[in-house]
Design a protein. Structure first.
Length: 151
């Protein structure tokens, strides 16, 4: 039985768009958000040479970054205005290497608490119309106060 998770910020989509402006590492890697709903976010990266490890496969660190971003924004979509989230724990299970096409992480909040958000994600390689599961992940995201910008 699935329950609908509601956001504490009715403007969560706009808040995410604002947060994306400061996501420099995400931009550097080439990750984009492709689906944004309360408690559910999909993130995608296109396979490129600069994301490969020594055998020509997608580097595991890119997969971990992709799921961390997707699950982080899924949790962020539920917090009240003026709050943020940080990763408290992250576990990635790798099933098969990826080499081609787009890599998509589909993340959602499984349980939203007052401070902690328990998230799950599946990662797929999409190539020539076929989706292949390459990894899964779980994370705990922690709600935080947003500090003032550093000078």
């Amino acid at each position: 039985m699935e329950t609908t998770i509601k956001s504490k910020n009715p403007e969560f989509k706009q808040a995410i768009q604002e947060k994306l402006k400061g996501q420099m590492f995400m931009k550097h890697v080439g990750i984009e958000l492709t689906h944004i709903e309360a408690g559910e976010v999909h993130a995608q990266v296109c396979m490129q040479n600069n994301l490969e490890q020594q055998n020509g496969f997608l580097h595991g660190g890119v997969t971990a970054t992709l799921v961390d971003i997707a699950m982080g924004f899924a949790a962020f979509s539920l917090v009240e205005e003026g709050k943020g989230v940080v990763t408290s724990s992250l576990q990635v299970n790798y099933f098969r290497p990826a080499q081609f096409g787009n890599i998509i992480a589909k993340a959602k909040v499984q349980k939203a608490g007052n401070i902690l958000f328990y998230c799950i994600s599946e990662v797929y390689e999409v190539y020539e119309g076929e989706e292949k599961l390459i990894a899964s992940a779980t994370a705990t995201m922690c709600k935080i106060d947003i500090p003032d910008k550093k000078i």
